[in-house]
Design a protein around this ligand. Structure first.
Ligand code: GSH
Ligand code: FE2
Length: 293
């Protein structure tokens, strides 16, 4: 694998509510750009969606006269709504995600009781489903998809112009890894995905999808493959799979369900498209109820 770095500007945007990083990647030679994991603002108690964060990115695009070519999801997020659909409508960019999204759609189609007429789980609502190893262009920049399942079935990393965007697989070295207890999650699979990332050269810059600032430290979003191999508290270069799986499962057992999992997943399996309005003109979010009365 080569990580030859090409000239690219990386603009980071941070969503404080979900601790999510979005990245705008700009090919300076053509002013073409790609956007990774944009966030749609959502106040769950009020049922209020708003596009403040996405509009900041639109303003940046306008100000710098950039053409958005791709919106790239690292996975169907379970903690925030995606602004992909909104931004696609505003810019004409294509929304891409890993082809594992079909499995995620299938799983949540059952959870939300969505009929075939609404969702067939063939990857619809996305413009492009990436397969492992697929390459794509952002102007003159080359990107490559590396499947990194484990947190979810559709998780991918994007290696773009020599920079690696890992989604929810590795977190900063002092935070370890993403959780593996969502439907379709599997700690052994995540371990194998991380081994693939560790094949890349040690100096490959690596960008996080989240940082929860362990022990109250300052926000960090960038490290390298080499630093992870040396210092990651869950999977360092020498960590055995079974030790990781044990550690990950023990931590997962302590984690609460993400606050926005139901709103997020039902919107994000449709690329950030909100549910269709009902006969009164209002759209609703659905939450499956559990437990006996
Ligand atoms: N408290 C957050 C938790 C978010 C969460 O579960 N994040 C996932 C990524 S989508 C994760 O991997 N967390 C790992 C961890 O907290 O150790 C929320 O409610 O949204
Ligand atoms: Fe996630």
């Amino acid at each position: 694998m080569t990580t030859q770095q090409q000239p690219m500007h990386i603009e980071m945007f941070f969503d404080n509510d979900s601790s999510t990083f979005s990245y705008l990647l700009v090919d300076k030679s053509s002013n073409m750009a790609a956007l990774i994991d944009p966030v749609l603002d959502y106040d769950a108690a009020a049922g209020m969606v708003d596009t403040r964060s996405a509009d900041q990115i639109l303003a940046y695009l306008n100000q710098h006269e950039l053409k958005l070519q791709w919106i790239l999801e690292t996975h169907a997020h379970a903690d925030h709504l995606s602004a992909a659909h909104y931004l696609r409508q505003k810019t004409g960019a294509r929304v891409g995600i890993g082809e594992g999204i079909r499995k995620v759609q299938q799983t949540f189609k059952v959870v939300f009781n969505i009929g075939d007429e609404e969702l067939t789980a063939k990857g619809e609502c996305f413009d492009h489903l990436f397969h492992d190893g697929e390459t794509f262009q952002i102007g003159a920049l080359t990107g490559r998809v590396i499947n990194t399942p484990g947190h979810t079935n559709d998780s991918v990393s994007y290696l773009i112009a020599g920079h690696l965007f890992v989604g929810d697989s590795l977190f900063m070295p002092d935070a370890g890894t993403a959780r593996c207890d969502f439907p379709g999650g599997d700690a052994a699979v995540l371990y194998q995905s991380i081994q693939r990332l560790y094949q890349l050269p040690d100096d490959t810059p690596m960008y996080m999808c989240h940082d929860y600032q362990p022990n109250g430290r300052e926000l960090r979003y960038k490290t390298t493959v080499g630093e992870q191999k040396q210092q990651n508290i869950h999977v360092a270069a020498k960590t055995e799979q079974q030790d990781f799986v044990q550690k990950r499962m023990a931590r997962d057992a302590t984690l609460a369900v993400p606050r926005l999992i139901y709103p997020s997943v039902q919107v994000n399996i449709r690329a950030g498209k909100l549910p269709t309005a009902e006969s009164n003109g209002t759209a609703y979010i659905k939450i499956p109820l559990k437990g006996a009365l």
